[in-house]
Design a binder for this molecule. Structure first.
Ligand code: ZN
Length: 278
């Protein structure tokens, strides 16, 4: 599933393609990609609009349109936004949406699992996208201070589950939550309210270091993630614990273990990651 670094990489790859372009055609091939909007209204409203900017909030892509409306996209599990020129292929089974730009380029939304969603909303209607309305702080923003993280982790849930909860911190998924906890030396099972101040400071630093490096490397391609230009990420080669079950810990050589926490596989080093919250 694309997490913050992958969505940010997609955003960066698309900005030069879409900024200043108007949308000349909109084709919806899978109706359930639009949970809020009616298909014909969605397309009629979108066609003719100019894309002024492309932003990101958590795992959401937010296209800012010239009429103060926003095209919001969530890639979910397998969504890919791919740029094509004259070589655009005919839509296939997994093509949910095609947007044509006045440059002649097309954006194809390919989505194998088909959980991806598009929304067209005005500023005041943004709140009708529940996941966006309840999103926690953006971890690479100035707003994400140690006190802000302290507030976010105040819960009797395991710290791993807290990091995955988009209402507490935006953008982390299973890969980066595991990597961040390894980097911070905190076991994924430690309850949020048991994380001590020094550990919290390490966690705060780790969140930013891991996410920044992953963005720098274009995200992680574990299965099918690619950016707008079909380019794979490179951070999968830097993963320390995620998907490394049974391999030696890169720091101490202990075998990496896997444990289900809140229904999600967690990968960790039982030696380097402390269970006492210190
Ligand atoms: Zn270790």
């Amino acid at each position: 599933m694309p997490e913050l670094p992958e969505v940010e990489t997609v955003r960066r790859s698309l900005v030069p393609v879409v900024k200043g372009q108007s949308i000349v055609r909109c084709l919806i091939l899978y109706d359930r990609v639009l949970p809020l909007n009616e298909k014909t209204v969605f397309c009629a409203d979108l066609v003719g609009r100019v894309i002024c900017d492309l932003r990101r909030r958590g795992k959401y892509l937010v296209f800012v349109l010239d009429n103060a409306q926003y095209l919001v996209i969530h890639l979910r599990m397998t969504g890919q936004l791919l740029v094509y020129g004259n070589d655009a292929p005919a839509p296939h089974n997994h093509t949910s949406v095609i947007l044509s730009l006045d440059s002649g380029q097309q954006l194809h939304f390919h989505d194998q699992r088909r959980f991806g969603t598009f929304y067209l909303v005005s500023e005041e209607d943004m709140d009708s996208i529940e996941g966006l309305r309840t999103l926690g702080p953006e971890p690479l923003s100035d707003f994400f201070t140690i006190d802000c993280l302290q507030k976010a982790v105040q819960s009797r849930s395991p710290i791993k589950s807290i990091l995955l909860n988009q209402k507490r911190i935006a953008g982390l998924g299973n890969i980066y939550a595991d990597e961040v906890l390894f980097q911070a030396g905190i076991a994924p099972t430690v309850l949020g309210s048991h994380v001590k101040r020094a550990a919290l400071e390490r966690l705060h630093r780790s969140v930013q270091i891991v996410l920044r490096e992953a963005v720098e490397l274009g995200g992680s391609t574990i299965r099918d993630y690619v950016d707008g230009h079909h380019t794979r990420g490179a951070f999968q080669d830097r993963l320390q614990v995620y998907g490394q079950t049974g391999k030696p810990c890169p720091r101490c050589g202990t075998r990496i273990e896997r444990l289900k926490i809140g229904g999600r596989s967690s990968h960790f080093c039982p030696h380097c990651q402390k269970e006492d919250g210190q």
